[in-house]
Design a protein around this ligand. Structure first.
Ligand code: TXA
Ligand code: MG
Length: 328
């Protein structure tokens, strides 16, 4: 299959890309679309046969449920049940953060095919703030299931080129919306007895969520959100995290690369270096993270050394991705 990367710079290109994407989705096909977090691989969330193609294309195991992206907020209670004890909390969260990078895990309705939720009784829902995604899902007129547009376990794509690296030849179309704004996947939460449980750290931080309710660490003993699998977002090159880059000793003849947070000078220890942010800005760091990891991963290194970032605010989400990238 030839993969078309559709530009959206001019009004004409944009209108054509949206129309073509909607046409493919109506035909039960998958399409890669930009969101404000990372690129998603979208298909009709209400059609099991279309959703199967997402799993096949990504080589994603069937036990890993998808996020359902809504065209309008009004769709929320068609796909999810707001229980009396958490209704007001969910409504306040959604009022504050939708459209945007917050995914809520809620009991599901019968409308959602079981394959979408991997047989779970809950469904993950969000509404994307990306104008192109919003336009496509509204024109389509019903929810889209969309995981990140990478092969399973690999680094999420933050540009159309990254999607092509992952899925070229497997999908008909990538809608090119340029680099994504946040660069890391949405925060996934579940309301629990009046409190908020964070299942995946993301752009909406623990500190922001704490203004709405008590935030609890995940209490379930099993991996509830499979994106929480210990080894995930995995570059092919081994990755280690360092608190202090000056302590790194490179064995003779080995090529090491650095992913830097501090303004320590690029050192000769490393044959390749990237700086997450030149101004100590965690938002910029998150937006650069996956692109720079990909670049380092392509540089034929023996090891990527990632410098630890402050483990708070958005830094917690960055550290979460780095720790998973470091697991083998
Ligand atoms: O920003 C994002 O969330 C991107 C864009 C495309 O929207 N999507 C994304 O999807 O990251 P994915 O499939 O790569 O990650 C979805 C995460 C996974 O960790 C999955 O296990 C979790 O959400 N999830 C989905 N449904 C769930 C459920 N019912 N209960 C618990 N976790 C769930
Ligand atoms: Mg993913």
């Amino acid at each position: 299959m030839k993969t078309e990367i559709a530009p959206t710079e001019t009004p004409n290109e944009r209108a054509e890309a949206v129309a073509r994407a909607v046409e493919l989705l109506r035909a039960g096909e998958v399409v890669a679309l930009p969101t404000e977090t990372v690129y998603g691989l979208a298909a009709d969330a209400l059609a099991a046969k279309a959703v199967v193609k997402i799993f096949e294309t990504k080589e994603r195991p069937r036990f890993d449920p998808l996020i359902v992206h809504l065209p309008e907020r009004e769709w929320l209670e068609r796909v999810a049940i707001l229980e009396a004890k958490s209704r007001s909390l969910v409504e306040r969260l959604v009022d504050s953060f939708w459209p945007g990078p917050l995914t809520c895990v809620l009991p599901r309705t019968e409308l959602i095919p079981p394959i979408v939720t991997a047989g779970l009784t809950t469904v993950a829902v969000r509404m994307s703030a990306h104008p192109l995604f919003a336009e496509v899902v509204r024109a389509f007129g019903q929810p889209l299931g969309a995981p990140s547009a990478n092969r399973f376990g690999r680094i999420s794509p933050t540009s159309a080129e990254h999607v092509a690296e992952e899925l070229s030849g497997r999908i008909a179309m990538i809608v090119d919306g340029g680099p994504t704004e946040h660069g890391i996947e949405s925060t996934v939460i579940a309301p629990r007895g009046g409190a908020i449980e964070i299942l995946r750290a993301g752009p909406i931080t623990r500190e922001e969520l704490a203004k709405f309710a008590e935030v609890r660490a995940s209490t379930s003993d099993r991996t509830e959100s499979p994106g929480q699998l210990p080894a995930h977002y995995r570059p092919q090159t081994p990755l280690i995290i360092a608190e202090d880059m000056t302590t790194i000793d490179v064995p003779d003849g080995k090529r090491y690369g650095a992913l830097l947070w501090s303004d320590a000078p690029f050192s000769e220890t490393f044959v390749e270096s990237r700086r997450l942010s030149t101004t100590g800005d965690l938002r910029e760091a998150a937006a650069n993270l996956f692109r720079q990891l990909r670049e380092l991963d392509r540089s034929h290194l023996d090891c990527i050394v990632a410098e630890a970032v402050p483990d708070e605010g958005l830094g917690a989400a960055i550290m979460d991705r780095l720790r998973r990238a470091a697991r083998r």
